[in-house]
Design a protein around this ligand. Structure first.
Ligand code: UDP
Ligand code: MG
Length: 326
């Protein structure tokens, strides 16, 4: 049976919460998956709202399967979703923005897609109803993410995402990494896909993200790709580049040394002082940079080896004998 947890981060969205609950109810009421009705709960995380959203969440618990969590202050969408992960009881989670831009009628379609054997179904706002200054940078961003992470999706930042409980348990989410749930899941071997979803313009409240999200998003992208590829073997990255620069600097020095030898000892050429050569400065810089890369790599490896847990190293899909009985 599908036990669905709808996870809703809420930051000053008092106008839409009640309608959102009504729409989720209507969307799931008569739906069945494999002949079974969908049992659902709604987890609303009030991320430090100051507009009375919390009072509404409290009142919604009377008529809807709503559970609320209230943050002491604004911690961001990723933190809100993480708190929801820790509270949700379902075996499938779906995240929805609170602003009614995401259409709950897409949930049954996403559930069917999961039924085809996927672990993550990401929404794709194919016909996107946002201002151009959000749409165009987002194209570039999605293209870049696809290149760097190897997971090509049209809309990584879509608020509507569905995934199995195991995915939420395994990924580490903090900062603003909520955009990268599909990438982190992909990095651990989960099957990820996307379906086009209907998107509505924002009619109530205001967007919480401005243009600077793209800069932050890009930096986060570097972090996520580094962590998924090299998070458990940082020396391969830092040491790799470090070694490259060290060798480059070393070659520069050897070249200068040879030249000095030929000029001053063998007298093949007219002697020129080596101290003023740009190559000397570049070579020293490369040697220092390389040495630093390698030592930083060792430090990073030490941190990993002291902190790593088994679950960080691999991800199990199934076992012949349940672990609890071993
Ligand atoms: N949100 C949140 N904490 C924040 C910022 C946003 O919980 O610090 C919620 C917000 O209430 C909404 C969702 O995250 O439910 C997406 O935010 P928004 O609609 O402003 O983003 P956009 O659709 O403009 O990308
Ligand atoms: Mg929105």
């Amino acid at each position: 049976m599908v036990h669905l947890s709808c996870l809703v981060p809420v930051y000053n969205e008092h106008e839409t919460l009640e309608e959102l609950c009504r729409q989720i109810q209507a969307a799931l009421k008569d739906q069945t998956i494999n002949g079974q009705p969908i049992v659902y709960e709604i987890i609303m995380v009030d991320d430090g709202s100051r507009d009375g959203s919390w009072d509404i969440i409290q009142s919604l618990t009377a008529n809807h399967p709503v559970r609320g969590i209230r943050f002491r202050r604004n911690f961001g969408k990723a933190a809100a979703l993480l708190a929801a992960f820790r509270t949700a009881k379902g075996n499938v989670y779906v995240t929805l923005d609170a602003d009614l831009q995401d259409d709950p009628n897409e949930i049954p379609k996403m559930l069917n897609k999961m039924g085809e054997g996927f672990d993550v179904v990401n929404g794709w706002k194919k016909d996107r109803r946002d201002p151009w200054h959000k749409v165009y940078p987002s194209w570039v961003f999605n293209g870049m993410i696809g290149k760097l992470s190897g997971l090509k999706l049209h809309d990584h930042n879509c608020g509507l995402k569905m995934f199995r409980r195991e995915v939420a348990q395994e990924i580490r989410m903090y900062g603003e990494l909520h955009r990268f749930i599909p990438i982190m899941a992909h990095g651990r071997g989960f099957k990820v896909t996307e379906i086009p979803v209907y998107h509505r313009p924002r009619e109530f409240g205001v967007s919480k993200y401005g243009f600077n999200r793209f800069l932050k998003g890009f930096l986060d992208l570097l972090t996520v790709t580094f962590l998924t590829d090299y998070g458990r073997r940082p020396q391969h990255f830092l040491g790799g580049w470090g070694f490259f620069f060290f060798v480059l600097g070393g070659l520069g020095m050897v070249f200068l040394g040879l030249e000095w030898f030929l000029m001053n000892v063998m007298g093949f050429m007219k002697p020129v002082p080596i101290g003023s050569r740009p190559l000397l400065i570049y070579s020293i810089a490369c040697l220092l940079l390389g040495g630093q890369g390698i030592t930083l790599g060792f430090l990073a490896e030490m941190m990993v080896s002291f902190n790593i847990e088994d679950k960080d190293v691999y991800s199990v899909v199934e076992r012949t004998t349940p672990e609890s009985t071993l």
